[in-house]
Design a protein around this ligand. Sequence first.
Ligand code: NGO
Length: 553
Amino acid sequence: MNRAQPRTAAPTGAGSGRTPFPRRASVTLALAASAIMTAGMFSTASGAQLSESSLYDVIPAPVSVEPASGEQYRLTGHTSIHIDKQASSAKRVANRLRELLRPATGFALPIKHDAAKYEGEDETGGISLRLDGSRAELGRAGYRLRIDDDSVTIRATTGDGLFNGMQTLRQLLPATIESDSERSGPWTIPGGEITDRPRFEHRAAMLDVARHFHGVDSVKRYIDHLALYKVNYLHLHLSDDQGWRIQIDSWPRLTTHGGDTEVGGTPGGYYTKQEYGEIVDYAAARNVTIVPEIDLPGHTNAALSSYDKLNCDGTAPPPYTGIEVGFSSLCIDEPVTYRFVEDVIREVAAMTPGPYLHIGGDEAHSTSEADYKKFMSRVLPLVEKYGKTAVGWSEYAKATPPKGSVVQYWHTENSAPEMVEAAANGNKILMSPANKAYIDMKYNEDTELGLDWAGYSTVRDSYRWDPATFLPDVPDEAILGVEAPMWTETLANLDQVEFMAFPRLPGIAEIGWSPASKHDWQAYRQRLAAQAPRWEQLGIDYYRSPQVPWPGN
Ligand code: NGO
């Protein structure tokens, strides 16, 4: 595979050459809807009107959808949200639902505590979020959403399930629900029943905040996008040759020096522990668990540049602002290396409520294979010592990580004996094949942003693959899930990140959530098109791929 990329600064202008699309688009929904109707897209949407969504317009596609024609619920100023007394996880979801619905509707949406109705007995007069441990068929994250003329009820066994049901409900409201200022509605929701649960427990995205630093507000906004599509892990690539982005008290120069710059030599940045905690909490409130990555033993120029003593020759290299890979390595035989790594792992683990800590391990081309294994054999136990499950890129499989550790497959080949062996050793495989799941790849030769070492990745390419069969020799049970990495060598701000993520991110989310039987490109591209008015409300600048029948085209 050709990983060579020009050693040039990334474009920093706001996407020159990209299809221009106005923020807060001026395309009227009426026009958009009529174009959709003309195209005959909504075969299921019985006379879909401009402000209505169809029960089928959900991404990721639910397991089962049963419309009740003629029924619809209308959200009004009298609507209240009902939860059981003492159900704190339902309370969290109720608060979030209110936060989501309030700006556009202007409704108060009071939260009322009352007893759940029995199964089969209709709830009346509001939106009920009911925890119901007896519904084992929904699993931990599934939900059942029922909408009729009088009420909306979401049932789930956990708060996570209620949260997922709420995101579906959100997508069933008119796109203007995403507006940050009051709109007129009407706020109707099509009637029927949706029963749903995820195919894979782990549905992730990654943001590289090392090549270009992306501040707290950008990360929060990305988390909001993930939540809309039920993505439940955000992997943050916190260190690389070009920058160290997380405060480590015992090694302060990592950030004061190592966080200074980024690709292209522009000023970098880092998260203080307090800011990082803010990200972790913001994510948790949206069902997203943060997975921190400290890339080791390669991709470490920022650390090596911060401390002489981490270098085998005792001399710190200058900061690096290009986009080559594979030239840096920690000094494998020096005891200080392991004091450094242990301090970092201890401090990062302490900031991490989630179960995983990613230790990178990719492209350590300047570390011999023997040294690589020696290094990992000392570092993997440290991850365990601080109570975390290790995750590493494909290469670290050769260090035989302990049972239960996660190997993230990022290569493009459909055959990988090391993954088969890792699975046999009890590792879980997280699927991110670069030719499918890397959403930093260019869409086509005209895309200004992004890289192309794994080839171009169209919206269809990134949707049409199956994490369970991509590596046919790895048993299905070993597949943990799917992750869409966003590397940012060329992506200097969130606007550029969004342009690469939309519309591919929702497709990866669907691949991770929906049963394989629901993966259908023709149906998907129509559901995808129906999301565009939402993105416009959210101010997301997306790529208008010609493969998708966008409204207004
Ligand atoms: C590779 C490489 C990264 C690059 C990325 C760009 C992995 C795991 N290591 O993926 O350093 O940023 O490609 O697409």
